[in-house]
Design a protein around this ligand. Sequence first.
Ligand code: 13P
Length: 306
Amino acid sequence: MPLTTGMEILSAARAGGYGVGAFNTSNLEITQAILAAAEETRSPVLVAVSEGGLSYGGKPLIDLVLGMARDATVPVCLHLDHGSSFERCIEAIRLGFTSVMIDKSHADEDENVAETKRVVDAAHAAGVSVEAEIGRLGGVEEHVVVAEEDAILTKPDEAERFMDATGADYLAVAIGTSHGANKGTGRPYIDHGRIEEIAARVSKPLVMHGASGVPTELVERLNAAGGRLDGASGIHEDDVRSAVARGIAKINTDTDLRLAFTASLRESLARTPKEFDPRKLLGPARAEMRTVIEGRMRLFGCAGKA
Ligand code: 13P
């Protein structure tokens, strides 16, 4: 199965009324977990690498993901998560990414439109899809911390104008979610009406960032094994289902994978103090992530769509 563009995967998802996961990777084990879960559940998938992931793994990481993606029997897209500039998006396209996100949501609307359009023109010439964002999510995003009071929910009329002006392929919307393991107290509020209004004006796929469920069971295991994660909270599964039913087609998940990996790793280290073979410690962590990813794929509705 050749590498697939994001638009190919996501336009089918929006038309079919299901969501597809974009899962962040930064090493071999995470990539294996994502692709094994996709194969097991017969799901299309986006393997996402952020600029931080790119600095961590460099070109060897990208070559590894591309090699594994080309061997996959399900559609796989390699996606740049939160590209900060035209130059970083071009760098990703040159490395072989089939989808890039240009995130100028922190700039004013004119700058966001201009930079996004520049990326769209270059990316489309290379056959690469583009995600853009309007509105502003709260939480921890790479090295940027956005306080909840600075978050701005996406306005439906702005979203329509922005997509018409830029020609971007899919749109990340701020609808109440935030990045990281602390998404607010209690059950975070998701503005489902807003998703519906945006979807009525924008026919292209919509993207939900900050969608991790932050399962209590994983947080408790992490803390019991020596971790310290306070005030953790995530997006309720019913809210994810409802968002998908209203037009969300791409769902980003990173935190849940990190939690599964680290909970397992802390447990292994605590349980087997004499063990020093990294494979014995990382193997179970990889298996835990795979289980979490398979669950996410079933929740999104993409299982069986490949
Ligand atoms: P989570 O932190 O909820 O996993 O969201 C990740 C994300 O949106 C990456 O772009």
